[in-house]
Design a protein around this ligand. Structure first.
Ligand code: SAM
Length: 271
């Protein structure tokens, strides 16, 4: 982990100040999107210089999200999704992938960045059989997230909780663990947790996190794969367990297993 200390930037919800680089917009920049500003691109480029693999990392993380949702809606039979830390709309948003498999899927998106809220309309298209909703809330208040999501999701039925690229924004390990436990406690047996986050597995990514934490909002805290695996304690991990995202249910390729990136992900079922 590059930095385990909390800073005032961790405490403030992001404002619409375009001069302060924001995670959703920097992520959008690396993914080739247009919803970002000079301050976001400046930090994005500094990170890119220290860690050129970040673009591949962002794309591989989104590709994992799509494969995980396809698995959840398909093989696992999930029909309800709680996607916390949604990010700006891009290709293959959760509801599009889920509803392509099961049109009746219900999806609640949650983010605390006003710019994501401003773009939420693009996330709120739905099949007539399904439903999508957007909740402007902070993961650090999981009770509020659950309360708002209950307007769309039926918490007596299984829910797939998705935490993709967001737990690194919670610096304190105990706080991150307790948030995950609270969310998992609110869903019944047969629900799922899918998550993905950056790992401290190369010098370049550790340097990238250091650069990020000098100015970007909120700060990002890398964890080791073993610490990421602990978020799944008490749950039954789907094979192959906690792995680097390109190695989770990869599309078959004659080239063999894809290269790893500095992230760890997994999908697990609540027994
Ligand atoms: C790195 S992006 C990941 C976006 C998307 N999940 C993906 O995997 O492509 C992290 C997202 O989490 C959101 N976020 C960060 N901290 C948050 C918090 N405490 N509560 C809600 N959303 C948060 C950011 O605004 C951003 O949209």
């Amino acid at each position: 982990m590059a930095d385990s200390s909390s800073s005032p930037r961790d405490e403030e919800p992001p404002g619409l100040n375009t001069a302060v680089p924001q995670t959703a917009r920097i992520w959008n920049y690396w993914l080739g999107g247009k919803d970002n500003f000079p301050a976001d691109r400046q930090v994005g480029d500094q990170v890119l210089e220290a860690f050129p693999a970040i673009v591949e990392n962002a794309r591989a993380s989104r590709a994992f999200l799509a494969r995980a949702v396809r698995y959840l809606a398909g093989e696992a039979g999930a029909r309800q999704f709680l996607d916390v830390g949604t990010g700006l709309p891009t290709a293959d948003n959760t509801h599009q992938v889920a509803q392509a498999v099961a049109p009746e899927s219900r999806v609640v998106y949650v983010d605390n960045d006003p710019i994501v809220l401003a773009h939420a309309r693009a996330l709120l298209t739905s099949t007539p059989e399904g439903r999508t909703a957007y909740v402007d809330a902070d993961l650090r208040d999981p009770d509020h997230v659950l309360q708002e999501a209950a307007g769309t999701l039926d918490f007596s039925q299984p829910v797939a909780i998705m935490l993709m690229g967001i737990l690194g924004h919670i610096a304190d390990d105990d706080q991150a663990q307790s948030i995950v436990k609270r969310l998992v406690a609110a869903v019944p047996s047969g629900s799922y947790l899918a998550m993905n986050d950056g790992t401290d597995t190369s010098e370049e990514v550790v340097e990238a996190a250091r650069i990020w934490n000098q100015s970007a909002n909120p700060t990002y805290h890398l964890r080791g794969p073993d610490r990421i695996a602990r978020f799944f304690d008490g749950l039954a991990l789907v094979e192959p367990g906690v792995v680097s995202p390109p190695r989770w249910h990869p599309d078959p390729s004659p080239a063999g297993l894809p290269a790893e990136i500095d992230s760890a992900c997994g999908v697990a079922r609540k027994p």
